[in-house]
Ligand binder design. Structure first.
Ligand SMILES: Cc1cc2nc3c(=O)[nH]c(=O)nc-3n(C[C@H](O)[C@H](O)[C@H](O)COP(=O)(O)OP(=O)(O)OC[C@H]3O[C@@H](n4cnc5c(N)ncnc54)[C@H](O)[C@@H]3O)c2cc1C
Length: 456
């Protein structure tokens, strides 16, 4: 019988989709494992950005990490790893100076430098500048034995790679409130005045300068609305206020749904929910218990702001009262119900739940710090739908698939509902990557069979 080697001998043993911190941590774990066991998988990663970058739209000057540097890519698994944050500091000649800072929380800019430094060791495995479009099954002998992954470069050219197994770590997709999403979908020119927090630094200067001339001609300042009461909204509000104070040309409104900005809870007892072994206790609960748990601890991560920043913002509003010049505003209990093109920007309509009225205000620029959706892996895996059922994920992060589907697919960052609040964060990268590596070893037997089939 003729054997189709392109099917049975996959080009890659493992293909990672997305190369952010999650798949970077996995690349390190696989490398360490290969050195220890001699079992080196042929691995590749596809990343749509042209180069490694960690949330580069939000690398604001003053922003700090929200977890200890000891929760880096490796330390909780192996404090002696050559990929630790401390090793990075040493390589840059800053170890002692960092110690003198007496801080566990580096700036995000420095942490991005650490991640880039670690990523640079895996250069030849990573295909940067390619966005994965979808995945299709490749069958032989009545079973799916490999996967075809198609990606597109910025110039429109497409490549299809064949892999025996996949690890999806595509992070979040920017989420917009429905009225703003509708404007973008319609391609309304006014949508150019809208910036999502994920693109804040690359886009905000252009958005502001497009409005400055109009505002000056009308004898007023540029009116900016920042939507969202979480950490990103608060950071962007502070950044805009600082920008505006240079030329006295911005009026910034922070618009939130809650009745107050709330503090992030990172107190020690609560922080134990981010310990690696907590994942077991969440995973074995019923869906109802997990939801109850999620609701109880939401305030560790969602719609909350670091206390230091809260205090700075409070002082800012207080100083406006002292000077009797209320320029920047905090608008609470506002629900966005409509967004339409205005004369100079976007007209936003809010239900004001405190006063029980509906109001429309025009803004030259709107920044939506309205979070992310974490279901993009489902969209990319649509071509495998008949084999994946309802996307149930095992404790080892492997998707449960039909029996006639041999490839393994692991999901990083898309399992919050089953694996807990740490799933989308950095806290568990060192341990989760080792768990996936171990699960891959179990799948190694299947891989050996796939290879044997090829030469039979
Ligand atoms: C501003 C900001 C600050 C944060 N700070 C912290 C913090 O201090 N502590 C913490 O624990 N967590 C923090 N987080 C949470 C964040 O999710 C993690 O820090 C981390 O980025 C998760 O890594 P990841 O690799 O799973 O996802 P991501 O970092 O989002 O990486 C996913 C990668 O996949 C790529 N990708 C997506 N789709 C495709 C595709 N179709 N084809 C190819 N590539 C694709 C993306 O370009 C991206 O590089 C922060 C999040 C934000 C937005």
């Amino acid at each position: 019988m003729a054997v189709d080697h392109s099917v049975s001998l996959p080009t890659l043993d493992l293909l990672g989709i997305g190369f952010g911190p999650s798949n970077l941590a996995l690349a390190i774990a696989l490398d360490e494992d290969a050195r220890a066991t001699g079992r080196r998988l042929k691995t590749g990663f596809i990343e749509k950005k042209p180069d490694f970058a960690w949330h580069n739209g939000m690398l604001l000057q003053d922003s700090r990490m929200q977890i200890s540097f000891l929760k880096d890519l490796v330390t909780l698994r192996d404090p002696c790893s050559p990929f630790s944050f401390l090793k990075y500091l040493q390589s840059q000649g800053r170890l002692e100076d960092f110690v003198n800072l007496r801080s566990f929380l580096p700036t995000r800019i420095e942490y991005d430098g650490y991640l880039r430094w670690a990523a640079s060791s895996f250069g030849e495995q990573i295909h940067y500048g390619e966005a994965v479009l979808g995945v299709k099954p490749r069958s032989a002998g009545g079973k799916v034995r490999a996967l075809e992954v198609t990606s597109r470069r910025a110039d429109g050219s497409e490549t299809t790679r064949i892999a025996a197994n996949l690890v999806m770590a595509v992070g979040g997709r920017p989420s917009l409130p429905a009225p703003l999403a509708a404007l973008v979908e319609r391609g309304a020119p006014a949508a150019r005045r809208l910036v999502h927090s994920s693109g804040y630094l690359p886009q905000i200067d252009a958005a502001l300068s497009a409005s400055r001339a109009e505002a000056q001609a009308a004898g007023r300042r540029v009116r900016v609305a920042v939507l969202g009461g979480g950490q990103s909204g608060a950071e962007i509000f502070q950044d805009l206020v600082q920008r505006g104070s240079l030329d006295d040309d911005l009026d910034v409104s922070l618009v939130i749904r809650g009745s107050a900005l709330k503090p992030a809870d990172d107190s020690p007892f609560v922080n134990e929910i981010f310990n690696a072994d907590f994942t077991d206790s969440i995973y074995r609960r019923s869906p109802e218990e997990r939801q109850r748990f999620f609701d109880e601890y939401r305030g560790t991560n969602y719609s909350v702001v670091d206390v230091d920043l809260l205090e700075r913002l409070y002082e800012l509003f207080y100083m406006q009262k002292v000077s009797a010049q209320p320029r920047h505003t905090l608008l609470t209990q506002r629900h966005l119900t409509a967004a339409t093109p205005g004369r100079h920007g976007l007209a936003l309509t809010f239900d004001d739940l405190a006063r029980n009225v509906t109001e429309t205000s025009e803004f030259d620029v709107v920044v939506a710090a309205t979070g992310y959706r974490r279901d993009d892996h489902r969209r990319l895996l649509e071509g495998l739908a008949p084999y994946l059922g309802d996307h149930a994920v095992g404790r080892d992060y492997r998707l449960e698939t039909r029996e006639d589907f041999l490839p393994g697919i692991w999901i990083q960052g898309g399992c919050e509902a089953t694996h807990g609040l740490s799933d989308t964060l950095l806290s568990i990268l060192a341990t989760r990557s080792a768990e996936i590596c171990a699960s891959l070893h179990d799948a190694y037997e299947t891989l050996a069979q796939q290879r044997a089939h090829a030469v039979a």
